[in-house]
Design a protein around this ligand. Structure first.
Ligand SMILES: [Zn+2]
Length: 473
Protein backbone atom coordinates (compact mmCIF):
# COMPACT_ATOMS: atom_id res chain seq x y z
CA UNK A 1 0.00 0.00 0.00
CA UNK A 2 2.66 2.50 1.01
CA UNK A 3 4.65 2.14 -2.22
CA UNK A 4 1.74 3.63 -4.13
CA UNK A 5 1.10 7.34 -4.33
CA UNK A 6 -2.44 8.61 -4.97
CA UNK A 7 -2.68 11.54 -7.39
CA UNK A 8 -5.85 13.60 -6.99
CA UNK A 9 -7.20 16.65 -8.75
CA UNK A 10 -10.57 18.21 -8.01
CA UNK A 11 -13.20 19.90 -10.13
CA UNK A 12 -15.51 22.01 -8.03
CA UNK A 13 -18.75 23.60 -9.16
CA UNK A 14 -20.07 26.52 -7.13
CA UNK A 15 -23.50 28.04 -7.72
CA UNK A 16 -23.28 31.82 -7.48
CA UNK A 17 -26.02 33.51 -5.48
CA UNK A 18 -26.60 36.35 -7.93
CA UNK A 19 -30.09 37.82 -7.92
CA UNK A 20 -30.82 36.57 -11.45
CA UNK A 21 -29.70 33.69 -13.64
CA UNK A 22 -26.59 33.57 -15.82
CA UNK A 23 -28.10 34.64 -19.14
CA UNK A 24 -31.66 35.78 -18.38
CA UNK A 25 -33.55 37.84 -15.81
CA UNK A 26 -35.26 34.90 -14.10
CA UNK A 27 -34.94 34.97 -10.34
CA UNK A 28 -32.07 32.78 -9.12
CA UNK A 29 -33.74 31.09 -6.14
CA UNK A 30 -34.07 27.62 -4.70
CA UNK A 31 -37.04 25.81 -3.28
CA UNK A 32 -39.77 27.40 -5.41
CA UNK A 33 -42.53 25.44 -7.17
CA UNK A 34 -40.95 23.51 -10.07
CA UNK A 35 -40.84 25.33 -13.40
CA UNK A 36 -42.04 28.69 -12.08
CA UNK A 37 -38.71 30.51 -12.55
CA UNK A 38 -38.27 30.13 -16.27
CA UNK A 39 -38.43 32.24 -19.43
CA UNK A 40 -37.91 31.82 -23.16
CA UNK A 41 -34.12 32.24 -22.73
CA UNK A 42 -33.54 29.53 -20.11
CA UNK A 43 -36.12 27.28 -21.78
CA UNK A 44 -34.36 27.74 -25.13
CA UNK A 45 -37.26 29.00 -27.16
CA UNK A 46 -36.23 29.73 -30.76
CA UNK A 47 -34.83 33.20 -31.21
CA UNK A 48 -34.29 33.91 -27.51
CA UNK A 49 -30.91 35.51 -26.88
CA UNK A 50 -28.67 35.24 -23.81
CA UNK A 51 -27.55 38.38 -21.95
CA UNK A 52 -24.52 37.95 -19.69
CA UNK A 53 -24.96 38.54 -15.92
CA UNK A 54 -22.41 41.21 -14.99
CA UNK A 55 -22.48 40.32 -11.29
CA UNK A 56 -21.48 36.73 -12.10
CA UNK A 57 -18.49 38.02 -14.09
CA UNK A 58 -17.42 40.30 -11.22
CA UNK A 59 -17.72 37.49 -8.69
CA UNK A 60 -15.75 35.07 -10.86
CA UNK A 61 -12.98 37.68 -10.99
CA UNK A 62 -13.21 38.18 -7.22
CA UNK A 63 -12.93 34.43 -6.65
CA UNK A 64 -10.09 34.16 -9.13
CA UNK A 65 -8.17 36.75 -7.17
CA UNK A 66 -8.81 34.95 -3.90
CA UNK A 67 -7.32 31.84 -5.53
CA UNK A 68 -4.31 33.75 -6.77
CA UNK A 69 -5.33 33.32 -10.42
CA UNK A 70 -4.32 35.47 -13.33
CA UNK A 71 -7.41 37.25 -14.70
CA UNK A 72 -7.74 36.88 -18.46
CA UNK A 73 -7.69 40.07 -20.49
CA UNK A 74 -10.01 38.38 -22.95
CA UNK A 75 -12.29 35.48 -22.24
CA UNK A 76 -14.81 33.64 -24.41
CA UNK A 77 -17.96 31.60 -23.94
CA UNK A 78 -18.31 28.35 -25.86
CA UNK A 79 -21.15 25.99 -26.56
CA UNK A 80 -20.62 22.56 -25.02
CA UNK A 81 -22.86 20.28 -27.03
CA UNK A 82 -24.58 17.24 -25.60
CA UNK A 83 -28.07 15.87 -25.57
CA UNK A 84 -29.84 15.36 -22.28
CA UNK A 85 -33.32 16.30 -21.02
CA UNK A 86 -31.89 18.75 -18.46
CA UNK A 87 -30.42 20.86 -21.24
CA UNK A 88 -33.16 22.38 -23.40
CA UNK A 89 -30.80 24.13 -25.83
CA UNK A 90 -28.94 20.90 -26.56
CA UNK A 91 -25.79 22.64 -25.41
CA UNK A 92 -24.52 24.30 -22.26
CA UNK A 93 -22.97 27.75 -22.45
CA UNK A 94 -19.62 27.26 -20.80
CA UNK A 95 -16.01 28.31 -21.29
CA UNK A 96 -13.39 26.27 -23.08
CA UNK A 97 -9.91 27.41 -24.01
CA UNK A 98 -10.24 31.02 -22.86
CA UNK A 99 -11.55 30.89 -19.27
CA UNK A 100 -12.06 34.04 -17.24
CA UNK A 101 -9.32 33.10 -14.73
CA UNK A 102 -6.10 31.28 -15.53
CA UNK A 103 -3.50 29.63 -13.33
CA UNK A 104 -3.34 30.29 -9.62
CA UNK A 105 -2.21 28.81 -6.34
CA UNK A 106 -4.16 28.19 -3.16
CA UNK A 107 -2.40 27.67 0.16
CA UNK A 108 -3.98 25.55 2.87
CA UNK A 109 -2.35 26.00 6.30
CA UNK A 110 -1.60 22.84 8.27
CA UNK A 111 -0.19 22.51 11.77
CA UNK A 112 3.48 22.40 10.90
CA UNK A 113 3.50 23.17 7.20
CA UNK A 114 1.18 24.10 4.40
CA UNK A 115 -0.46 22.41 1.49
CA UNK A 116 -0.04 24.18 -1.84
CA UNK A 117 -2.57 23.38 -4.51
CA UNK A 118 -2.24 24.67 -8.04
CA UNK A 119 -5.36 26.08 -9.65
CA UNK A 120 -5.53 25.32 -13.35
CA UNK A 121 -8.47 27.56 -14.16
CA UNK A 122 -11.71 29.09 -12.97
CA UNK A 123 -14.46 29.46 -15.53
CA UNK A 124 -18.08 30.54 -15.77
CA UNK A 125 -20.97 28.49 -17.08
CA UNK A 126 -24.67 27.86 -16.60
CA UNK A 127 -26.12 25.04 -14.52
CA UNK A 128 -28.35 22.42 -16.11
CA UNK A 129 -31.94 21.85 -15.00
CA UNK A 130 -32.62 19.42 -12.18
CA UNK A 131 -33.79 15.93 -13.04
CA UNK A 132 -35.84 14.06 -10.48
CA UNK A 133 -36.20 10.30 -10.89
CA UNK A 134 -39.43 8.93 -9.48
CA UNK A 135 -39.85 5.32 -8.35
CA UNK A 136 -36.88 3.01 -8.02
CA UNK A 137 -34.30 3.51 -5.29
CA UNK A 138 -32.39 6.46 -3.88
CA UNK A 139 -33.59 8.84 -6.59
CA UNK A 140 -31.25 7.32 -9.16
CA UNK A 141 -32.19 6.76 -12.76
CA UNK A 142 -31.66 2.99 -12.57
CA UNK A 143 -35.01 1.38 -11.88
CA UNK A 144 -36.95 4.66 -11.90
CA UNK A 145 -40.45 4.72 -13.40
CA UNK A 146 -40.46 8.31 -14.59
CA UNK A 147 -38.10 11.24 -14.66
CA UNK A 148 -39.23 14.83 -14.12
CA UNK A 149 -37.30 17.94 -15.04
CA UNK A 150 -37.39 21.17 -13.00
CA UNK A 151 -36.07 24.01 -15.13
CA UNK A 152 -35.85 26.46 -12.23
CA UNK A 153 -32.21 25.44 -11.74
CA UNK A 154 -31.43 25.64 -15.47
CA UNK A 155 -29.31 28.70 -16.14
CA UNK A 156 -28.09 29.21 -12.56
CA UNK A 157 -24.65 30.86 -12.68
CA UNK A 158 -21.85 28.43 -11.90
CA UNK A 159 -18.13 28.78 -11.50
CA UNK A 160 -16.02 25.72 -12.08
CA UNK A 161 -12.68 25.54 -10.29
CA UNK A 162 -10.17 23.02 -11.60
CA UNK A 163 -7.15 22.12 -9.48
CA UNK A 164 -3.84 20.67 -10.56
CA UNK A 165 -3.28 17.01 -9.52
CA UNK A 166 -1.40 18.22 -6.44
CA UNK A 167 -3.33 16.32 -3.77
CA UNK A 168 -1.94 13.00 -2.58
CA UNK A 169 -4.41 11.73 -0.04
CA UNK A 170 -8.08 11.92 0.80
CA UNK A 171 -7.56 13.98 3.97
CA UNK A 172 -5.72 16.70 2.09
CA UNK A 173 -8.49 16.75 -0.50
CA UNK A 174 -11.03 17.27 2.27
CA UNK A 175 -8.89 19.94 3.94
CA UNK A 176 -8.52 21.81 0.65
CA UNK A 177 -12.20 21.59 -0.08
CA UNK A 178 -13.20 22.85 3.37
CA UNK A 179 -10.95 25.88 3.14
CA UNK A 180 -12.07 26.58 -0.43
CA UNK A 181 -15.67 26.45 0.75
CA UNK A 182 -14.97 28.83 3.64
CA UNK A 183 -13.24 31.22 1.25
CA UNK A 184 -16.19 31.19 -1.16
CA UNK A 185 -18.71 31.71 1.64
CA UNK A 186 -16.75 34.60 3.14
CA UNK A 187 -16.53 36.25 -0.27
CA UNK A 188 -20.33 36.30 -0.09
CA UNK A 189 -20.75 34.86 -3.56
CA UNK A 190 -22.35 31.50 -2.71
CA UNK A 191 -23.89 29.50 0.13
CA UNK A 192 -21.67 26.65 -1.08
CA UNK A 193 -23.67 23.95 0.66
CA UNK A 194 -22.71 20.49 -0.52
CA UNK A 195 -25.87 18.86 0.82
CA UNK A 196 -27.98 21.28 -1.22
CA UNK A 197 -25.85 21.02 -4.32
CA UNK A 198 -24.65 24.63 -4.36
CA UNK A 199 -21.12 23.23 -4.05
CA UNK A 200 -20.40 20.03 -5.96
CA UNK A 201 -17.15 18.17 -6.22
CA UNK A 202 -15.78 15.66 -8.73
CA UNK A 203 -12.40 14.03 -8.17
CA UNK A 204 -9.92 12.83 -10.77
CA UNK A 205 -8.03 9.95 -9.22
CA UNK A 206 -5.02 7.91 -10.30
CA UNK A 207 -2.20 6.16 -8.49
CA UNK A 208 1.45 5.67 -9.33
CA UNK A 209 4.48 4.01 -7.78
CA UNK A 210 6.38 6.33 -5.44
CA UNK A 211 9.10 8.09 -7.41
CA UNK A 212 7.42 7.32 -10.73
CA UNK A 213 7.38 10.18 -13.26
CA UNK A 214 4.23 11.13 -15.14
CA UNK A 215 0.71 9.95 -14.51
CA UNK A 216 -1.19 6.72 -15.02
CA UNK A 217 -4.78 6.46 -16.23
CA UNK A 218 -7.21 8.46 -14.13
CA UNK A 219 -10.84 7.90 -13.33
CA UNK A 220 -13.41 10.53 -12.49
CA UNK A 221 -15.52 10.24 -9.36
CA UNK A 222 -18.74 12.18 -9.78
CA UNK A 223 -20.90 14.32 -7.52
CA UNK A 224 -20.04 13.42 -3.97
CA UNK A 225 -22.28 15.51 -1.75
CA UNK A 226 -20.39 15.89 1.53
CA UNK A 227 -16.81 16.43 2.62
CA UNK A 228 -16.82 13.02 4.24
CA UNK A 229 -18.09 11.27 1.11
CA UNK A 230 -15.43 12.99 -1.00
CA UNK A 231 -12.75 11.63 1.33
CA UNK A 232 -14.30 8.16 1.52
CA UNK A 233 -14.92 8.01 -2.22
CA UNK A 234 -11.30 8.89 -2.97
CA UNK A 235 -10.05 6.33 -0.44
CA UNK A 236 -12.22 3.61 -1.95
CA UNK A 237 -11.13 4.45 -5.49
CA UNK A 238 -7.43 4.59 -4.58
CA UNK A 239 -7.73 1.19 -2.95
CA UNK A 240 -9.58 -0.20 -5.97
CA UNK A 241 -6.93 1.04 -8.42
CA UNK A 242 -4.06 -0.34 -6.34
CA UNK A 243 -5.91 -3.67 -6.26
CA UNK A 244 -6.27 -3.63 -10.04
CA UNK A 245 -2.55 -2.97 -10.58
CA UNK A 246 -1.43 -5.48 -7.98
CA UNK A 247 -3.70 -8.07 -9.56
CA UNK A 248 -1.85 -7.53 -12.84
CA UNK A 249 -4.67 -5.56 -14.48
CA UNK A 250 -4.92 -2.07 -15.94
CA UNK A 251 -7.11 0.79 -14.75
CA UNK A 252 -9.59 1.90 -17.39
CA UNK A 253 -10.51 5.49 -17.98
CA UNK A 254 -14.10 5.83 -16.83
CA UNK A 255 -16.55 7.94 -14.89
CA UNK A 256 -17.53 6.45 -11.56
CA UNK A 257 -20.18 6.78 -8.90
CA UNK A 258 -19.40 6.28 -5.21
CA UNK A 259 -22.26 4.95 -3.14
CA UNK A 260 -21.71 6.13 0.44
CA UNK A 261 -24.22 3.60 1.80
CA UNK A 262 -22.42 0.53 0.54
CA UNK A 263 -18.98 2.13 0.09
CA UNK A 264 -18.99 0.62 -3.42
CA UNK A 265 -17.85 2.20 -6.63
CA UNK A 266 -19.75 1.62 -9.86
CA UNK A 267 -19.18 2.70 -13.43
CA UNK A 268 -21.34 5.46 -14.93
CA UNK A 269 -19.70 5.43 -18.33
CA UNK A 270 -16.51 4.19 -19.94
CA UNK A 271 -14.09 5.96 -22.24
CA UNK A 272 -15.93 4.60 -25.29
CA UNK A 273 -19.07 6.36 -24.11
CA UNK A 274 -17.24 9.60 -23.34
CA UNK A 275 -18.81 12.68 -24.87
CA UNK A 276 -17.34 14.60 -27.71
CA UNK A 277 -18.70 18.01 -26.83
CA UNK A 278 -17.82 19.73 -30.11
CA UNK A 279 -17.05 23.00 -28.42
CA UNK A 280 -17.41 26.08 -30.56
CA UNK A 281 -17.55 29.80 -29.68
CA UNK A 282 -20.97 31.05 -28.58
CA UNK A 283 -21.99 33.41 -31.39
CA UNK A 284 -24.65 35.20 -29.32
CA UNK A 285 -22.23 36.55 -26.68
CA UNK A 286 -19.32 38.92 -27.08
CA UNK A 287 -15.94 38.28 -25.49
CA UNK A 288 -15.52 39.33 -21.84
CA UNK A 289 -12.72 41.87 -21.60
CA UNK A 290 -12.42 43.12 -18.03
CA UNK A 291 -10.38 46.32 -17.87
CA UNK A 292 -7.83 47.18 -15.18
CA UNK A 293 -10.33 49.35 -13.30
CA UNK A 294 -12.80 46.49 -12.98
CA UNK A 295 -10.11 44.06 -11.84
CA UNK A 296 -8.80 46.59 -9.30
CA UNK A 297 -12.32 47.22 -8.05
CA UNK A 298 -12.72 43.52 -7.29
CA UNK A 299 -9.26 43.34 -5.71
CA UNK A 300 -10.18 46.17 -3.35
CA UNK A 301 -13.22 44.19 -2.21
CA UNK A 302 -11.21 41.11 -1.26
CA UNK A 303 -11.61 40.49 2.48
CA UNK A 304 -8.79 38.95 4.50
CA UNK A 305 -8.49 35.32 3.39
CA UNK A 306 -9.31 32.61 5.97
CA UNK A 307 -5.85 31.07 5.40
CA UNK A 308 -4.09 34.38 6.10
CA UNK A 309 -6.25 35.03 9.15
CA UNK A 310 -5.45 31.60 10.58
CA UNK A 311 -1.70 32.23 10.39
CA UNK A 312 -2.18 35.69 11.91
CA UNK A 313 -4.04 34.21 14.88
CA UNK A 314 -1.06 31.92 15.45
CA UNK A 315 1.71 34.47 15.02
CA UNK A 316 0.18 37.67 16.41
CA UNK A 317 -1.68 36.13 19.34
CA UNK A 318 0.40 33.03 20.00
CA UNK A 319 -2.58 30.70 19.70
CA UNK A 320 -2.04 27.02 18.99
CA UNK A 321 -2.94 25.80 15.50
CA UNK A 322 -5.95 24.03 16.95
CA UNK A 323 -7.28 27.11 18.81
CA UNK A 324 -6.63 29.33 15.80
CA UNK A 325 -8.46 26.88 13.55
CA UNK A 326 -11.55 26.68 15.76
CA UNK A 327 -11.75 30.46 16.17
CA UNK A 328 -11.07 31.03 12.48
CA UNK A 329 -14.25 29.20 11.56
CA UNK A 330 -16.09 32.51 11.99
CA UNK A 331 -14.73 35.94 10.98
CA UNK A 332 -17.17 37.58 13.43
CA UNK A 333 -15.77 35.46 16.25
CA UNK A 334 -12.23 36.47 15.27
CA UNK A 335 -13.23 40.14 15.31
CA UNK A 336 -14.73 39.76 18.79
CA UNK A 337 -11.63 37.89 19.96
CA UNK A 338 -9.37 40.68 18.72
CA UNK A 339 -11.46 43.33 20.46
CA UNK A 340 -11.39 41.43 23.76
CA UNK A 341 -7.62 41.02 23.59
CA UNK A 342 -7.38 44.71 22.71
CA UNK A 343 -9.30 45.42 25.93
CA UNK A 344 -6.53 43.72 27.85
CA UNK A 345 -7.60 40.11 28.31
CA UNK A 346 -5.05 37.34 27.80
CA UNK A 347 -5.31 35.88 24.25
CA UNK A 348 -5.27 32.23 25.25
CA UNK A 349 -7.97 32.80 27.90
CA UNK A 350 -10.10 34.81 25.46
CA UNK A 351 -9.87 32.11 22.79
CA UNK A 352 -10.69 29.48 25.34
CA UNK A 353 -13.82 31.20 26.67
CA UNK A 354 -15.03 32.14 23.17
CA UNK A 355 -14.73 28.68 21.68
CA UNK A 356 -16.19 26.95 24.74
CA UNK A 357 -18.65 28.69 27.09
CA UNK A 358 -19.41 31.61 24.76
CA UNK A 359 -20.06 29.37 21.74
CA UNK A 360 -22.19 27.10 23.90
CA UNK A 361 -24.33 30.12 24.86
CA UNK A 362 -25.13 30.62 21.17
CA UNK A 363 -24.79 34.41 21.26
CA UNK A 364 -24.30 36.34 18.01
CA UNK A 365 -20.71 37.64 18.29
CA UNK A 366 -21.53 40.75 16.26
CA UNK A 367 -24.09 41.85 18.88
CA UNK A 368 -21.59 41.85 21.74
CA UNK A 369 -20.00 44.89 23.41
CA UNK A 370 -16.45 43.54 23.54
CA UNK A 371 -15.39 45.89 26.36
CA UNK A 372 -18.14 44.65 28.70
CA UNK A 373 -17.55 41.01 27.78
CA UNK A 374 -13.84 41.54 28.41
CA UNK A 375 -14.61 42.57 32.02
CA UNK A 376 -16.60 39.38 32.55
CA UNK A 377 -13.86 37.18 31.09
CA UNK A 378 -11.24 39.00 33.15
CA UNK A 379 -13.19 38.21 36.34
CA UNK A 380 -14.00 34.61 35.34
CA UNK A 381 -11.98 32.99 38.13
CA UNK A 382 -13.72 34.88 40.91
CA UNK A 383 -17.25 34.54 39.52
CA UNK A 384 -19.50 31.68 40.57
CA UNK A 385 -19.84 29.39 37.55
CA UNK A 386 -23.54 30.09 37.20
CA UNK A 387 -23.03 33.87 37.24
CA UNK A 388 -20.33 33.54 34.59
CA UNK A 389 -22.55 31.40 32.35
CA UNK A 390 -25.52 33.74 32.78
CA UNK A 391 -23.37 36.78 31.98
CA UNK A 392 -22.12 35.15 28.76
CA UNK A 393 -25.65 34.18 27.77
CA UNK A 394 -26.72 37.83 28.09
CA UNK A 395 -23.60 39.35 26.57
CA UNK A 396 -25.41 39.93 23.28
CA UNK A 397 -28.28 41.89 24.91
CA UNK A 398 -28.55 45.51 23.84
CA UNK A 399 -28.16 46.86 27.39
CA UNK A 400 -25.64 44.30 28.59
CA UNK A 401 -23.24 45.57 31.26
CA UNK A 402 -20.69 43.57 33.21
CA UNK A 403 -21.15 45.45 36.51
CA UNK A 404 -24.19 43.65 37.98
CA UNK A 405 -22.55 40.28 37.39
CA UNK A 406 -19.22 41.39 38.81
CA UNK A 407 -20.97 42.14 42.11
CA UNK A 408 -21.18 38.39 42.54
CA UNK A 409 -17.43 38.13 42.26
CA UNK A 410 -15.78 36.31 45.09
CA UNK A 411 -13.76 38.47 47.46
CA UNK A 412 -10.27 37.07 47.22
CA UNK A 413 -8.36 40.11 48.34
CA UNK A 414 -6.49 39.19 51.56
CA UNK A 415 -6.14 42.87 52.46
CA UNK A 416 -9.92 43.04 52.61
CA UNK A 417 -10.44 39.64 54.24
CA UNK A 418 -7.60 39.89 56.79
CA UNK A 419 -9.28 42.33 59.25
CA UNK A 420 -12.52 40.34 59.02
CA UNK A 421 -10.75 37.10 59.95
CA UNK A 422 -8.98 38.88 62.81
CA UNK A 423 -12.29 40.19 64.16
CA UNK A 424 -13.88 36.73 64.06
CA UNK A 425 -10.93 35.13 65.85
CA UNK A 426 -11.00 37.85 68.50
CA UNK A 427 -14.70 37.30 69.10
CA UNK A 428 -14.15 33.57 69.75
CA UNK A 429 -11.07 33.22 71.98
CA UNK A 430 -12.18 29.87 73.49
CA UNK A 431 -12.57 28.25 70.12
CA UNK A 432 -9.24 29.62 68.96
CA UNK A 433 -7.59 28.01 71.98
CA UNK A 434 -9.44 24.75 71.35
CA UNK A 435 -8.20 24.71 67.74
CA UNK A 436 -4.66 25.40 68.86
CA UNK A 437 -5.02 22.54 71.38
CA UNK A 438 -5.65 20.18 68.46
CA UNK A 439 -9.35 20.31 67.53
CA UNK A 440 -8.65 20.99 63.85
CA UNK A 441 -12.26 20.46 62.85
CA UNK A 442 -12.96 23.97 64.14
CA UNK A 443 -11.29 25.38 61.03
CA UNK A 444 -14.57 24.86 59.19
CA UNK A 445 -16.42 26.94 61.79
CA UNK A 446 -14.15 29.96 61.27
CA UNK A 447 -14.27 29.66 57.49
CA UNK A 448 -18.04 29.42 57.71
CA UNK A 449 -18.20 32.60 59.78
CA UNK A 450 -16.15 34.51 57.18
CA UNK A 451 -18.34 33.22 54.35
CA UNK A 452 -21.41 34.30 56.26
CA UNK A 453 -20.03 37.78 56.92
CA UNK A 454 -19.20 38.22 53.20
CA UNK A 455 -22.58 36.83 52.10
CA UNK A 456 -20.79 33.97 50.40
CA UNK A 457 -18.74 36.20 48.16
CA UNK A 458 -15.37 35.33 49.64
CA UNK A 459 -13.24 32.86 47.74
CA UNK A 460 -13.36 29.77 50.04
CA UNK A 461 -9.84 28.69 49.06
CA UNK A 462 -8.39 32.05 50.02
CA UNK A 463 -10.38 32.16 53.28
CA UNK A 464 -9.27 28.66 54.20
CA UNK A 465 -5.64 29.54 53.74
CA UNK A 466 -5.96 32.84 55.57
CA UNK A 467 -7.77 31.38 58.59
CA UNK A 468 -5.28 28.51 58.88
CA UNK A 469 -2.40 30.97 58.66
CA UNK A 470 -3.77 33.25 61.36
CA UNK A 471 -4.73 30.38 63.70
CA UNK A 472 -1.25 28.92 63.54
CA UNK A 473 0.32 32.37 63.94
ZN1 LIG B 1 -34.95 32.52 -17.65
Amino acid sequence: MSEWQPVIGLEIHVQLKTRTKMFCRCENVRGEEPNTRTCPVCLAHPGALPVLNGQAVEWAILLGQALGCAIAKRSLFHRKNYFYPDLPKGYQISQYDQPICGEGRFVVPRENDQLEVGIVRVHLEEDAAKTVHVGGTAGRIQGAETSLVDFNRGGTPLVEIVTAPDLHNADDARLFLQLLRQTVVELGISDAEMEKGSLRCDANVSVRKLGEEGFRTKTELKNMNSFMFVARGIEAEVERQIGVYEGGGAVEQETLHFDPQSGKISSLRSKEEAHDYRYFPEPDLVAVEPDAAMIDAQASQLPEQPATRLRRLETTFGLSFYDAQVLNGSPAMVALFEAIVEAGVDAKASANVLQNQFSAAGVDPTAVDAGELAKVIEARETLPRETFTTALAHSGDADFAAAPYLEDAAVSDTAELGPLVDAILEANPDLVNAFRAGIEGLLGFFVGQVMKETQGKADPRVVNELVREKLSG
